[in-house]
Design a protein around this ligand. Structure first.
Ligand SMILES: [Zn+2]
Length: 115
C-alpha cells in the first residue's frame, strides 16, 4: 500500500498566535479596506510607485492594497496595517504561510544588501 504523504499544518499562524476571526470581522474589515482605497491617503501611497515588500518601482495602477497582517489572521483595515504591494508580492503572500513569507522577506533583503 502506498504511503500517503500529507503535509500537515497544525497551526498556520506559525509565530505562535492562534487567531480566530469571525466572518463578520472579515466582512467589516474588507469593507473598511474598500473605503480606504478611495481616500487621498491611499492614492498618495500608490503615487509613490514602490512596492512595500520588494521595493520595485511599480506603476501606481499596478499596485494593490495589502494587509500586512492579513484580515484572516486578525489584521485590521487601518493605515498602519495597509501597504501598497505589487501583484507578484501580493499573490505570493496570499499563498504563503506566514513563516515562509518571513523567509522570503529575509531572502530579498539579503539580495538588496549584496546588490
Ligand atoms: Zn513587490
Amino acid at each position: 500500500m502506498p504511503k500517503r504523504v500529507q503535509k500537515r499544518v497544525d497551526n498556520p499562524a506559525a509565530d505562535g498566535e492562534v487567531v480566530c476571526v469571525s466572518e463578520a470581522f472579515v466582512k467589516r474589515e474588507k469593507q473598511k479596506a474598500r473605503l480606504l482605497r478611495k481616500t487621498p491617503w491611499w492614492k498618495a501611497k500608490c503615487s509613490i510607485g514602490t512596492c512595500y515588500y520588494c521595493n520595485s518601482s511599480i506603476h501606481p495602477s499596478e499596485l494593490t492594497m495589502d494587509h500586512i497582517i492579513p484580515v484572516s489572521r486578525g489584521g485590521m483595515s487601518v493605515k498602519s496595517n495597509i501597504a501598497a504591494a505589487c501583484k507578484g508580492c501580493n499573490d505570493r503572500k496570499k499563498h504563503t504561510l506566514p513563516f515562509m513569507w518571513a523567509e522570503y522577506m529575509e531572502s530579498i533583503r539579503i539580495k538588496d544588501e549584496g546588490g
